[in-house]
Design a protein around this ligand. Sequence first.
Ligand code: CA
Length: 256
Amino acid sequence: MDLATPIPNTRAAGLHGLAGVLQDHNRDVDERVMKLLIIEDEPAIQEMISSRLAREGYDTYVAATGEEGLRVYRRIRPHMILLDLMLPYMSGMDFCKTLRRESMVPVIVISAKAEEASRLQALEAGADDYLVKPFSLSELSARVKAVLRRSSSTRQEEPISIGAIKIDPRRHEVLLNGSLIELSPKEFSLLHFLAANPGQVFSRTALLDRVWGKDAFVSERTVDVHVRWIRSKIEADDKDPKMILTVRGVGYRFAG
Ligand code: CA
C-alpha cells in the first residue's frame, strides 16, 4: 500500500453495505459522514485504526508524516485527526501547534508516552484528548465518538464563510457581500446544511431526511423548489448558479 496516498477506506474496502448500516448509528453524533485523518507512521497501527473506524462508517484517510498530514488536512478538511506523537521529521507536537494556527479541528493524540508531562504538553499544544498505546479499539472508538459529539455541538453553531456568502447559525442570518438575505427557516436550514458540507453531493431523499426530517410529508420536488428559491436570493444569475450546484441524476452540492 502506498502510504503517501490518502484513501477513503469505507469506499476502498468495499464495505458499502455494512458502512451504510453503521452510519445510522453514528447519526446521533452528527448528520454528516465523518471524515477522519489518521497520522501514524507505523503501517500496522495505521491499518488497524483505519480499518476499524472505516467499519464503523467513517471515511478514513491516512498520512505517515506531519507534513503529509497537513497537506491531506488542507485538502479534505476532516472532522477529526488522530495523531501519533513520535513521527519522523515533524513531531506530532509540532504538527499540532502548526495545525492550531489554522484550525480548531478536534485532535486525539495517540502515543506510547504515558507520562503526565507528555499528556499535559499535548493538551497545551491543542490536543483534545490523549490515548496511551497500547489501547483497545473499543476505547478508541468510544473516544472518537465522544470528541466528535462535543465538537459538533459547538461547531455547528460557528459561522461559515464561503466566497461572498456568510452563514451564521446562531443569528440565523445569511449575508451576501455583507448584505442581509431574507430566507425562510427551511431555506436557511437547507443552505446551511449544504454549505456545511461543501463539495459533498446529496440526493434529494438525503436532503429531505436531513433538513425536513424522516417523517415529513413532502416530496422530492420540495427540495427542488427550495433550491430554486434560495438561488433566486443568493445567485447573481440563478440560471447559472455558482453556489448550490445541480448534480444531474443525483442531487445537489455546494460548490467547494
Ligand atoms: Ca510513531
